[in-house]
Write a new protein. Structure first.
Length: 93
């Protein structure tokens, strides 16, 4: 459970959901977490993910009380922040 916390934003690295952002909503055991995105995977039906198949982000909802709408809005805000940082990059010409 070490590095991941409830409410933390993560991105899937493996599987058919690769690249999809989720929020950690709980733990199964030391190597698996429950994640939800508030849209496809709701709190009532979380996805079980191996922590090795996730990329952790610094962003954290900062609360352990949340619902599907709060998760969805949080992920959308983080997506907008990430996209605005990518535009206009001149790193490779």
């Amino acid at each position: 459970m070490g590095l991941l916390k409830v409410g933390q934003l993560v991105t899937s690295k493996m599987g058919r959901d690769s690249g999809r952002m989720y929020m950690v909503i709980g733990f199964y055991d030391a190597s698996h977490v429950q994640v939800a995105d508030g849209l496809v995977r709701k709190i009532s039906r979380p996805k079980k993910k191996n922590i090795r198949h996730l990329t952790a982000h610094r962003a954290n909802l900062g609360s352990t009380e949340f619902d599907d709408q709060a998760i969805r809005k949080f992920i959308e805000r983080q997506n907008l922040r990430g996209k605005s940082g990518e535009e206009g990059s001149t790193e490779h010409g």
